[in-house]
Design a protein around this ligand. Structure first.
Ligand SMILES: *Cc1c(COP(=O)(O)O)cnc(C)c1O
Length: 439
């Protein structure tokens, strides 16, 4: 049973052999095994009139088109308002990087805070589309494997529209805030005895055996929604294209969505310049970086390990889409150490912006690329912060109180320790001296 409009300008196309499938049938992979992507006939649109439509929708006060995803629905999924399941995601801020910019060594650095989405990560942008597609297919239940944010998001959207959510998370560490959300929003949560890659394999099997709709980033509609990060940044910049985009890479869906968005805008003539994309991986979960660096075949990393749990993925599903986009944009892949991630995080947090560890790969990576003179100091750079600071309070407290596990070898270089004091004004005055006095 499918409710898709008969005439929709959208189909699923294999990224390997270019075989096309109608959007009305559920499919995640081509018969050749490659991933599918959602495609549309762009020649049916006029760039200038799309721009005008999007400008007219900017600042809408209510309804699905007030969403920072569905504002761009022509290049997302072109459906009527009643078909759209939305929490009015997006509309996130683009901050001057402040102290984090100084730390990175950049004069012109903006941070797009996707942690300001309804459930605290950019995953909401993809989920609103994935869930809308689930509804179009008549699904009553949905499932995902997750390092945390996808499950938090999926559980919220499923509850919103009365679907059942089945969640597979790795047994090891998933950040506390994310697990809390999955449970609170009412998702059925299975802690799988294994890592994320095991959970990912399992969920695909379960979904295919039981006909549950799969909402991992293998799902082609999720990437369509994530493209809106790019559309929204460019609209915030009055369609002036920056020199670089920098973002973390885990399962590699987000950077694939970014390059797809840019390709489509370029094809439509909405942008002329092609910015370069830098994907940053954690050193302990760096299969794309290894492939990039050595020019070898793609090889999964067996036991991925990093404090940035959102990107603790050894066998990313979208590596091929990702690599195509990086090559198209003349981009780069970089890796950062645990220490670099947490120091950059301390800077992003102390700048008054704040983000979870995985997000801060963006700043750590930008700094490294500036040092290597790959990104010029005066380049215009937009970094994407993918998740909210409060997703992972444990890592913050551990960093600032010197309680990080010894084996992580991370030292709290910019630690801001809490101070124990007696409840006595004289003690406090003595400790502060004149440092806090305004008069
Ligand atoms: C999912 C996620 C990532 C990784 O994005 P991919 O699309 O899997 O590369 C990075 N940061 C946060 C906070 C995430 O939730």
């Amino acid at each position: 049973m499918s409710d898709w409009p008969k005439k929709i300008n959208l189909w699923l196309e294999c990224i390997g052999c270019n075989r096309r499938f109608p959007v009305s049938g559920i499919r995640y992979r081509c018969s050749c095994g490659s991933l599918l992507e959602a495609r549309r006939d762009l020649s049916l649109y006029n760039g200038a009139s799309l721009l005008k439509t999007w400008e007219d929708r900017w600042g809408m006060k209510n309804g699905p088109l007030a969403s920072g995803v569905w504002r761009y629905k022509e290049l997302v999924i072109d459906l009527g308002d009643d078909d759209i399941i939305t929490k009015l995601e997006g509309n996130t801020r683009l901050y001057p990087a402040g102290k984090a910019g100084e730390y990175a060594g950049l004069d012109n650095f903006l941070l797009k805070h996707e942690g300001e989405n309804p459930t605290g990560s950019f995953k909401d942008r993809g989920m609103t589309c994935g869930m809308t597609a689930a509804k179009m297919y008549g699904a009553k239940s949905v499932a995902c494997a997750s390092t945390g944010n996808t499950s938090a998001s999926m559980a919220a959207y499923a509850s919103l529209c009365g679907m059942k959510a089945l969640i597979f998370i790795p047994s090891g560490k998933i950040a506390f805030g994310k697990l809390a959300q999955a449970l609170a929003y009412g998702g059925t949560t299975f802690q799988v005895d294994g890592n994320f890659d095991d959970a990912m394999r399992l969920v695909q099997e379960v979904c295919s055996e039981m006909g549950i709709y799969l909402l991992n980033s293998i799902n082609p509609f999720r990437l369509e929604g994530q493209k809106a990060i790019c559309f929204e940044i460019l609209q915030q910049l009055n369609w002036q294209v920056p020199d670089w985009f920098v973002l973390p890479g885990g399962n590699l869906g987000n950077n694939s969505a970014l390059s797809k968005a840019l390709m489509e805008l370029h094809e439509l003539g909405i942008i002329r310049k092609i910015p370069r994309i830098a994907v940053i991986q954690a050193r302990g979960a760096n299969p794309l970086y290894r492939m990039w660096k050595t020019g070898s075949e793609f090889r999964p990393v067996k036991n991925p390990e990093t404090i940035a749990t959102a990107i603790k993925i050894g066998n990313p599903v979208s590596w091929e889409k990702s690599m195509n986009g990086i090559r198209w944009s003349n981009g780069v892949v970089e890796e950062v150490s645990e220490q670099e991630i947490m120091d950059a995080k301390a800077m992003v947090d102390a700048a008054g912006i704040g983000a979870e560890p995985a997000s801060c790969c963006t700043v750590a990576g930008a700094r490294k690329l500036v040092k290597k003179k790959i990104i010029p100091k005066d380049a215009s750079v937009v970094g994407i912060l993918t998740g909210n600071m409060l997703k992972d309070p444990d890592s913050i407290i551990a960093y600032h109180t010197g309680k990080l596990p010894v084996k992580s070898k991370i030292v709290g270089r910019f630690a801001n320790r809490p101070v124990k004091v007696a409840a006595d004004i004289e003690v406090i005055k003595k400790m502060l001296g004149d440092s806090f006095r305004n008069r």
